[in-house]
Every structure is written in C-alpha cells, then in structure tokens.
Design a protein around this ligand. Structure first.
Ligand SMILES: Cc1cc2nc3c(=O)[nH]c(=O)nc-3n(C[C@H](O)[C@H](O)[C@H](O)COP(=O)(O)O)c2cc1C
Length: 222
C-alpha cells in the first residue's frame, strides 16, 4: 500500500471479523513496526501477545472501569483524564453507559497486544520542568503507530487503548510486568468489520504557523 494512502486511512478499528491473523502476518506486522524511532535508539518496548481468554477478560474488565470513568468525566463536561483540568474524584457515573466495543468482545479479538516499556531506556528531556511531562511516551508511541500502519498494510486494522495503564498496579502482576516497566497500550488487531476511508482531522493551516506558535498560519493561499 502506498504510504500516504496508509497514513490517511489508518483509523481506529474496534470491531473485527472472526478471521484469525495468521502468525506469519502478525510476525510481519511486528517486523515492520520495529523500525520505529526511539530516543537514543533504545527500543524499550515489549509486546506480550495476550491469548489466554481469562486473562483477556480480566484486563478488559479493568480497562472497562477506566472507560466508564472516561465517559463519566466527559458527561460531566470535562476533557476526560486531562492533567491540567482534572474532574473531581467523585464525578457522578451516569446510568446506562455504552460499553466499549473492543473490551466487550475481548475474547473474540483476533490478536490482543499488550505493549509495555522499560522506563530505564527513556531519556525524558522535560522531566525537570514544572509541568506535566510528555517526552517519555515519544520513545514508545511511534512504535505503536507503526504497528497500526503495518497492520493496515496487511489489510488489518486495530486500535490503541490506554485504559489499562490506569490499572497498572493490579494488571502488572497478572502479566509479569517487571519493576521499572510501564503499561503503554493494549492494542487489538484483526480484520476490520468496516474499513474507514475518511478520517476527520484538522487541516494543516489549523496547526502550522510561521516563526511563532501564535504566528501566521502556514498556507498555500497567500
Ligand atoms: C495515545 C492514544 C491513546 C488512545 N486510547 C484509546 C483508548 O483508550 N480507547 C479507545 O477506544 N481508543 C483510544 N485511542 C484511539 C483514539 O480514540 C483514536 O485514534 C481517535 O479517536 C481517532 O479515531 P479515528 O482514527 O478512527 O478517526 C487512542 C489513541 C491514541 C493515539
């Protein structure tokens, strides 16, 4: 698949057909994804293929608690899980919240990949700033996006979920997470029930400026 086409059509896929992912295809996806960049080329990621249905269910149930919290914070008018404007801990959880499609059917997802990272491999340039740190994830999530792009190239789709990170103290021992490692994502992969052809994203002019963050928009219309 042509790169631009792949980048423009790799949307979040949360519902999969029952087609299995052949091992050689999964291997190829991982083999392409491993060319992701990371700070100092440390490649601190680890992928655990979660195949035990009971383990999947436990991880999905933990994730679902955070999904409910996410929806509750949204329903209360907050940007869910935002570090700058956090919702109060006692935010009301409304009745009848919609289940998350991938978590609800976790046993049927063709492949579930738990992506973890060795925190000792990270160089976090903003760690000493008096604000929320973002740089560490930049050595990990390019790999995760590469997984999705490589999957798309194989006619597969997937979604990055991060709910499980909130339950790391509980989930870690179930998966043998070593000390100093962190849960980054639980990724479902399989054949999409629907292939997305149009993704909704902001245009270039909405996020690109010249010389200053508040400078004039970069546009071809001048
Ligand atoms: C870092 C990151 C975390 C995400 N976490 C979740 C998640 O926990 N659950 C989920 O369903 N989707 C998650 N997503 C998928 C986003 O919701 C999705 O990329 C976004 O809504 C755009 O969807 P689209 O590509 O289908 O347009 C995550 C995506 C990223 C990049």
């Amino acid at each position: 698949m042509e790169l631009s086409e792949a980048m423009r059509t790799t949307g979040a896929v949360r519902a999969f057909t029952s087609d299995p992912v052949p091992p050689e295809v999964l291997h190829r996806v991982l083999d392409d994804a491993r060319f992701a960049p990371s700070g100092g080329n440390q490649q601190g990621w680890h992928v655990t293929l979660v195949r035990d249905p009971a383990l999947r269910r436990r991880l999905a149930d933990m994730s679902a608690r955070t999904w409910e919290r996410y929806l509750a914070e949204q329903a209360a008018g907050f940007r869910a899980f935002n570090p700058l404007d956090p919702a109060p801990p006692d935010v009301e959880v409304p009745e009848g919240l919609r289940p998350h499609p991938m978590l609800e059917a976790i046993e049927d997802v063709p492949e579930v990949l738990l992506v973890t990272v060795d925190l000792r491999t990270l160089a976090v340039m903003d760690r000493d700033l008096d604000r929320f740190s973002i740089i560490g994830g930049a050595s990990l999530y390019p790999f995760v996006q590469n997984l999705l792009l490589a999957a798309r190239n194989q006619g597969l789709g997937g979604v990055v979920t991060t709910f499980l990170a909130a339950s790391e103290p509980e989930a870690g021992p179930l998966v043998g997470l070593p000390e100093g490692h962190a849960i980054a994502a639980l990724v479902g992969l399989g054949t999409p029930v629907h292939q997305v052809s149009r993704l909704r994203r902001h245009p270039v002019e909405a996020f690109t400026t010249v010389d200053r963050v508040d400078g004039p928009a970069f546009t071809l219309d001048a």
